[in-house]
Each structure stands twice: as C-alpha cells, then as structure tokens.
Design a protein around this ligand. Structure first.
Ligand code: NAP
Length: 246
C-alpha cells in the first residue's frame, strides 16, 4: 500500500512513456512502468527513477491481451490499493501504403494502440469510479488528426483513440474523472529514428517551430493533465507538435 498517488504508464520502457514516468515520479507520484518486450530497459528506467529519489516499479504485460491487462491491474490494486492515473502510451507502427497493407498489420496496430487503450481503461475505471477520482491521458497522434500517407492503420487507431477519449470523458464527467488525449507531432524516439535523413528533413520543414520535439515536451503536457489543477479540463485533445496541426 502507498499513500502516494499511483500512476500506471503503459509502454514506459523507453521514449515518451519513459519520460512521462520520470516526470510523474519527480512530482511525488508512485509510478508503475509497464512494458512488453523490453523488461530490462523498463527495470533500468525504474532504477533511474529510484536513484533520483522517486518510487517506481515495473509490471510487464502486453496491452493487447485483455486477460494479461486485467490480471496485472488487479495485482497492482491488491498491492498498492489504488491507481489514480492511467497514461495509455503503449503504441506501435506497421507502416505501408494502403494497397500493400496486410490485414495482419492493420490488426496488430489496432490491437495494441486502440484495443490496448480500451482494455487498460476498462481495467482501472471501476476503482476510480468507486473512489470518485481519476485522471486518464491517452496518447494519440497528429496522424489521427491530419492523417498520414503510409499510416492508414496507425492513423485509424489514433483517430479511434480520440473518439474513445471523448466518449469516456462524457461517461465519467460526473465522477470527478477526467479523460483527455495528447497528440504528439514528430518526437525524437526509437519510433522516428527509423526515418531516413531525407524524410526527417522534409518532416521538420512542415513543423512551424522548425524541429522535432522531445519526449520531455510530451511529458510536461501529460503532467499538467494528470494534476489536480486540470480538473475542469476533460475530453480535450492537446497537440504537442510545434504547431504542425494548426
Ligand atoms: P517507442 O519508442 O517505439 O516505444 C514504444 C513503447 O510501447 C515501448 O515502451 C514498448 O515496450 C511499448 N509497447 C509496444 N507494444 C506494447 C504492448 N503490446 N504492450 C505494452 N507495451 C508495448 O514509441 P514512442 O515514440 O515513445 O511512442 C509512445 C507513444 O506516443 C505511442 O503511442 C506512439 O504512437 C505515440 N506517438 C509517438 C510519436 C513520435 O513521433 N515518437 C508521435 C505521435 C505519437 P517494449 O519496449 O517493452 O516493447
């Protein structure tokens, strides 16, 4: 059990999720870092948080498997007594032009990005409703707002997250639970490292501020949306994109 607020951050072994976990821990929140394939990296991230004076632990499960999600969340609730904050950050890409896109690639992306968000939210929501407090932040993408060639699966999943966010925000508005989405633009992580230098240059040219963002840029926005101060903000999509989607 802990007296601290507890946050579950999915996909926190690296990139944006790791930065969110760090930021929340710095603010005195007990952070549960979820990961799937890279448990060692997540353990290292949790250790870095502890070295910096925060409290953190790792719980591995795949967000696209409802039974795993439920068992993991029930375990956290038994041990810590609460989950105050859920950040649905885990996400994957399987890019390709529509005419070449395999159903399996469409399905995999929908399963992790959209179904994963649904499974995790459903698993934590009952105890939030009972305790009449909660903050949920879903990591969407400007691809879900603007669309992106080569990402029909990813854009669909991220647009789905926006609709999901708004519907659940309406359902939960009377229960002191806020549900918002953050839509990052191009952020420097493993996900964007795969881009060629030429593609990166073209992408940067479309960003009004002229450069990619950092995971910490996204983490600061999430930190605000999970704070007590943001209680009157729900069902919103906050773009963290250097002005790209305006
Ligand atoms: P990343 O560096 O590729 O990291 C992805 C994270 O998701 C990893 O921690 C990974 O865990 C986890 N993950 C993947 N599949 C999972 C599963 N089935 N179950 C649990 N965890 C899983 O990605 P990122 O760039 O930080 O992106 C984080 C989020 O921001 C994603 O939702 C992404 O779509 C969104 N986003 C990113 C950008 C960008 O430019 N980077 C822009 C817009 C939106 P393992 O390490 O264990 O595999």
């Amino acid at each position: 059990m802990t007296d601290k607020r507890v946050a579950l951050v999915t996909g926190a072994s690296r990139g944006i999720g790791k930065a969110i976990a760090f930021r929340l821990a710095q603010e005195g929140i007990y952070v549960v870092l979820n990961c799937s394939a890279h448990a060692e990296a997540a353990e290292a991230a949790a250790e870095e948080i502890r070295q910096a004076g925060g409290e953190a632990e790792v719980v591995s499960f795949s967000v696209d498997d409802e039974a795993q999600v439920k068992a993991a969340v029930d375990g956290i609730l038994t041990r810590l007594g609460r989950i105050d904050i859920l950040v649905n950050n885990a996400g994957i890409t399987r890019d390709g032009l529509l005419m070449m896109m395999k159903p399996a690639d469409f399905e995999a992306v929908m399963k992790v990005n959209l179904f994963g968000t649904f499974y995790c939210t459903k698993a934590v929501i009952r105890q939030m409703v009972k305790r009449r407090t909660g903050r949920i932040v879903n990591i969407s993408s400007i691809s879900g707002i603007m669309g992106n060639a080569g990402q029909a699966n990813y854009s669909a999943s991220k647009a789905g997250i926006i609709g999901f966010t708004k519907a659940v925000a309406r359902e939960m508005a009377g229960r002191n639970i806020t549900v918002n989405a953050v839509a990052p633009g191009f952020i420097d992580t493993d996900m964007t490292k795969a881009m060629s230098a030429d593609l990166r240059e073209k992408a940067a040219a479309q960003i009004p501020v002229g450069h990619f963002g950092t995971p910490e840029d996204v983490a600061r926005a999430v930190s605000f949306l999970v704070s007590e101060e943001s209680g009157y903000i729900t069902g919103q999509v906050l773009a963290v994109d250097g002005g790209m989607s305006m």
